[in-house]
Ligand binder design. Structure first.
Ligand SMILES: Cc1ncc(COP(=O)(O)O)c(C=O)c1O
Length: 359
């Protein structure tokens, strides 16, 4: 605490990102990054973008990239907003569409950045408990005073609502903005983008960080009707005109066009995830039906915090949330088959030290 801090700084409770260990040999399964490289075409474009033009500012309007994203999503470029990671898009959306004095709703267990933005922007919130099976309570998300946000699939459970359930929530909050955070949608859930044609209150956010293996470049976007996009642009242009650098722009443009490459790695990640679900079930874990690139696992024979610590000692980083309802679980990013085999081996060793006759 410093006497020079503003009351805003004093009152914030910053988001705690997952650890970013730099030691060689670490198996990093804690921040839901893609285990495969970005599209070779994207890497080539980024290399070519490191040139003399870097002395100039990048485009403030990002027209070319918006056109490409629009083509991929089946919308006009006027329906696309681009930001420096979807975290930035979400921060702008909270400012653009939610009000102090009007409580927004989000699930009690969800992406922990939402309450951080609420505190920062002075937006009250109501946390809607999950159902017993850890899925989002559709009824509970209806009739919000100030608006709604939730990820689909949800994080950190990975459970997805189907498109009819998403539509029900959008319809039941017709006078307020509903934000569907689709950071993980490409790993097996249904996107709500097509519903944006029908619903003026729906904003869908996506990111190239996960499915497109570009977390290091920071590129996220939102799709919605023009009036919502204009609202986001007003906030962005009151904050920073040039949020996306030239290299990221070049890489993102190539990435969103390389469907073939990404289909292949997405299929691989999904296959690994499904294989791991079976393995962990056989190892006496409760396995949530994740449609994301991570697994939410409840060890039945050992304490989740202990398992997390023991894995870390062995150089395997997963995520543990010390929070009621979910403190019995670990969240594990789906890595390569080789990384997952190492994880499984380590888990067996750790549990065997605690439990006689374990597999
Ligand atoms: C649910 C959810 N939304 C948004 C993000 C932000 O992603 P990015 O800022 O990298 O686009 C994350 C990142 O982990 C996430 O889990």
């Amino acid at each position: 605490m410093s006497k020079f801090w503003s009351s805003t700084v004093k009152n914030t409770e910053p988001y705690q990102p997952g650890e970013q260990p730099y030691e060689a040999g670490v198996i990093k399964l804690n921040t839901n990054e893609n285990p495969y490289p970005p599209s070779p075409k994207s890497i080539e474009s980024m290399k070519l973008a490191v040139n003399d033009h870097l002395r100039r500012y990048p485009s403030p309007t990002l027209d070319q990239l918006k056109i490409k994203i629009g083509e991929k999503e089946g919308v006009s470029d006027q329906n696309v907003f681009v930001g420096n990671g979807s975290d930035e898009v979400l921060a702008f959306a909270f400012q653009a569409f939610f009000e102090p004095n009007e409580a927004i709703k989000f699930p009690e267990i969800t992406y922990s950045f939402y309450p951080v933005y609420c505190k920062l922007f002075d937006i009250p919130f109501q946390e809607v408990p999950l159902k017993e099976d850890l899925s989002i309570d559709v009824e509970g998300m209806k009739s919000a005073i100030g608006g709604v946000i939730f990820p689909n699939p949800n994080a950190p459970t990975g459970i997805a609502l189907n498109i009819e359930q998403v539509e029900e929530i959008v319809k039941a909050n017709a006078n307020k903005v509903v934000i569907i955070d689709e950071a993980y949608v490409d790993f097996g859930a249904e996107s709500a983008v097509q519903l944006t044609h029908t619903y003026p209150n729906l904003l869908v956010t996506k990111t190239l960080s996960k499915s497109h293996a570009l977390a290091g470049m920071r590129l996220g976007y939102a799709v919605g009707q023009k009036h919502l996009i204009q609202g986001l642009i007003r906030i962005k242009n009151s904050f920073n005109s040039y949020t996306i650098n030239r290299v990221t722009l070049a890489g993102a443009e190539a990435a969103v066009q390389d469907e073939e490459y990404y289909r292949e790695i997405l299929n691989q990640i999904i296959a690994t995830r499904e294989w791991c679900k079976d393995v962990f079930e056989a190892l006496s874990f409760e396995v949530v039906d994740s449609k994301a690139n991570f697994l939410f696992l409840k060890p039945l024979h050992v304490d989740a915090a202990y398992l997390y610590e023991q894995l870390k000692i062995r150089g395997i980083y997963v995520r543990f949330f010390n929070k009621p309802v979910i403190n019995g679980y670990i969240r594990v990013t789906v890595g390569t088959d080789e990384e997952m085999r190492a994880l499984i081996q380590a888990v067996k060793e750790i549990v065997r030290c605690q439990v006689h006759n374990y597999v």
